[in-house]
Design a protein. Structure first.
Length: 43
């Protein structure tokens, strides 16, 4: 449940949409991996 709150928060904060296919644990394993994922979505 907490992970879904993080995902929704990221989508709102960065005005992005995270697809089901992108919901892999490797992306959300560390703060750095989340930052890299967000950078790839907004660039």
């Amino acid at each position: 449940m907490a992970l879904m709150e993080v995902i929704v928060g990221l989508e709102k904060a960065f005005e992005i949409e995270i697809s089901d296919e992108e919901l892999i644990m490797d992306v959300f394993e560390t703060v750095n991996s989340i930052a890299e994922f967000i950078e790839s979505k907004i660039s």
